[in-house]
Design a protein around this ligand. Structure first.
Ligand SMILES: [Zn+2]
Length: 217
């Protein structure tokens, strides 16, 4: 009966397992409007997959903390639209974010280059009030993070033909009104979240020390 109920909930996208802890390792605190838009966008992208997330700043993780499942998100440079402009090599397409890999395995460690995200948004965001720009930055970060979380949570390196999991996201993808996973990725994520909940054991936890070594500190 429990299995039947779990399967049903996975199929309709109801999240009831332990949330995946997202440990944010940023050089400076995110402006509240950026953080809020980032969290909302990730929740929105995964709303039908069975995954839920709890966010924690790296500095707040205590030695005694443990997490059944976690992903470390390191933000390179300041993730705000009003940070000083950074030079971008002309004509070069550089990754906005990437998940670390070991051989064929995708590791739960994501890096996001906020300078590159900001450079992508600069033209679209120009002239808008600071609040709108913060929201734009947070939403763009959420889509970039959701893309990498897809790789981490599924272990799949290949991309989709459309939506958040496509290989390359343009400025309009990052700043447009909506960008979602296609039904194919939602289906795969739903099956993975269901399988992950079945194998979660109390002993399968990550400690604060493991987070530190994962993020190279
Ligand atoms: Zn990718």
């Amino acid at each position: 009966m429990r299995i039947t109920l779990a399967l049903l909930c996975a199929l309709v996208g109801v999240s009831f397992g332990a949330p995946v802890a997202l440990i944010l390792d940023a050089p400076a605190p995110l402006p509240p409007a950026v953080a809020s838009a980032l969290y909302q966008e990730v929740d929105l992208a995964f709303r039908e997959t069975g995954y839920s997330f709890s966010w924690k700043n790296r500095a707040e993780v205590k030695p005694e903390d443990s997490f059944p499942d976690l992903v470390v998100l390191r933000l390179k440079s300041e993730c705000r639209m009003d940070a000083p402009a950074a030079a971008a090599p002309p004509g070069k397409l550089l990754a906005l974010a990437w998940a670390h890999r070991s051989g064929d395995d995708v590791l739960p460690f994501i890096e996001v280059d906020c300078n590159r995200v900001r450079n992508m948004l600069r033209v679209i965001g120009h002239g808008h009030p600071a609040g709108v720009q913060h929201e734009m930055m947070g939403r763009a970060l959420g889509r970039v993070v959701a893309h990498e979380l897809y790789h981490v949570l599924t272990g799949v390196s290949e991309h989709s033909h459309a939506g958040i999991a496509q290989a390359s996201l343009s400025a309009s993808h990052l700043a447009g009104p909506a960008l979602e996973f296609t039904p194919r990725e939602v289906n795969l994520l739903s099956r993975r979240s269901f399988a992950a909940r079945q194998t979660q054991q109390p002993s399968a936890t990550f400690t604060a020390d493991e987070i530190a070594s994962e993020s190279g500190r």
